[in-house]
Ligand binder design. Structure first.
Ligand SMILES: Cc1cc2nc3c(=O)[nH]c(=O)nc-3n(C[C@H](O)[C@H](O)[C@H](O)COP(=O)(O)OP(=O)(O)OC[C@H]3O[C@@H](n4cnc5c(N)ncnc54)[C@H](O)[C@@H]3O)c2cc1C
Length: 368
């Protein structure tokens, strides 16, 4: 029922704008409005904090169905989870009450600020600092590649509180867009997910109350990594949705397109490609849903499962979307058809929330 409801909404209210959002590289405002109106923008927020209390699998299904028509728009529910999960996992009751209610109501989105210009895969090498000053912390630094920066009201920011201790000297904070000293860089000009703004976040002497710290001092990096264990599964869901969208489009096209006097769907070479695409998507979906169940239960092997699902589903999305372009021939290579956008959008799923090389390192360290 959830899938049917999200699919109908996505096809009616999000899909019609997907090409324009990509072409104009603009935030998918229509999608945000439709998602908020239907309580689908941050479904993971627990009921006790005013949310819908969707479990990890339901959240995955929402993201998958939105991504099937518009990958940029699927980053609204996905990044709301990524940005706010540190608070849900490790924040005080006061922080949860204060920030989850506006998120659930649709009054403010959440972003996640881990990466920096010189700290990507090696995120613990970050330089942003938070220095205690009485009942306050003062933050200085630059966060890079921040999804929905400028659009979000709230930012989970990881910063160094003790430079001697490397990852154990990193703490997490909630920073608000309206805090003095917060500003944003120009939107990055990207290959895909052009509707999702990616900007730098500048923190220039941002003075925030000490109770905005998420958990204890020095636990921020552990919280950031624990968050990714759960949210990599949402990137797997995004990848899965993109791949399914490409397969669905190609399936229809091959029945219409005629060459050599018959629909190209009649050629076995085409049929085998479609069979392989469907098979890979089925495998990615099984892995993703299994990981979502592990996330919900808090299984001991979640780190492995999240990395495996993200890595596998994103590689499948890249293969399937590339094959979809192939199935449409020259037409697939143009912006008159949606599969080239899907191919460009798929690429990011192999890069963010840890590149697929990093996922393989994570899996190797946590073999089941
Ligand atoms: C559109 C977009 C949105 C993003 N959104 C966010 C966000 O909201 N919040 C956030 O915090 N970050 C975000 N990121 C950042 C993203 O997570 C990083 O780009 C990613 O982790 C890789 O870091 P990097 O770009 O510095 O690449 P690098 O770490 O410089 O990696 C370059 C290459 O080296 C490889 N590599 C690095 N180390 C190793 C190793 N040990 N072994 C083998 N290969 C290795 C990588 O796999 C990659 O192929 C986003 C990025 C993009 C492009």
């Amino acid at each position: 029922m959830l899938r049917d409801a999200v699919r109908s909404l996505a096809e009616a209210k999000i899909a019609p704008y997907a090409a324009a959002v990509d072409e104009e590289a603009r935030f998918p405002r229509e999608a945000l409005e439709a998602l908020v109106a239907n309580d689908l923008h941050a479904v993971h927020v627990p009921e006790e904090y005013g949310g819908s209390g969707a479990d990890a699998l339901a959240t995955v299904i929402v993201i998958e169905e939105v991504a099937r028509v518009c990958a940029s728009s699927s980053l609204i529910p996905a990044v709301n989870k990524l940005g706010s999960l540190p608070v849900i996992l490790s924040g005080s009751e006061e922080l949860k009450k204060k920030y989850m209610a506006p998120l659930a109501k649709g009054d403010g989105m959440f972003s996640y600020c881990l990466s920096e210009p010189d700290a990507g895969s090696d995120a613990a090498g970050m330089k942003t600092k938070a220095v205690r000053d009485g009942d306050f912390y003062v933050l200085n630094g630059v966060k890079r590649w921040i999804t929905n920066a400028g659009e979000s009201e709230y930012y989970t920011v990881m910063a160094v509180t003790d430079p001697e201790k490397r990852s154990k000297g990193i703490s997490a904070f909630v920073v608000e867009k309206s805090d003095e000293g917060v500003s944003f860089g120009a939107p990055e000009k990207k290959l895909g997910i052009k509707g999702s703004p990616t900007r730098e976040v500048y923190l220039d002497n941002v003075r925030i109350p000490a109770d905005r710290m998420i958990g204890e001092e020095g636990t921020g990096f552990a919280t950031a990594m624990k968050t990714l264990d759960h949210t990599r599964i949402t990137i797997a869901a995004q990848a899965l949705g993109i791949a399914q969208g490409a397969l669905d489009y190609a399936k229809g096209y091959v029945k219409e397109r005629k060459q050599f006097g018959k629909p190209i769907a009649d050629f076995q070479g085409i049929q085998f490609m479609l069979a392989d695409m469907a098979m890979k998507i089925s495998a990615a979906r099984a892995l993703t849903y299994q990981a979502a169940a592990a996330s919900q239960r808090g299984d001991a092997d979640l780190t492995y499962q999240g990395a495996a699902a993200k890595c596998f589903a994103s590689d499948v999305a890249m293969e399937v979307t590339t094959d979809a372009v192939q199935l449409l021939g020259g037409y697939g290579y143009t912006r008159d058809y949606p599969v080239e956008r899907m191919m460009r959008d798929a690429k990011i799923t192999q890069i963010y929330e840890g590149t697929n090389q990093v996922q393989r390192i994570v899996m190797a360290r946590n073999l089941p």
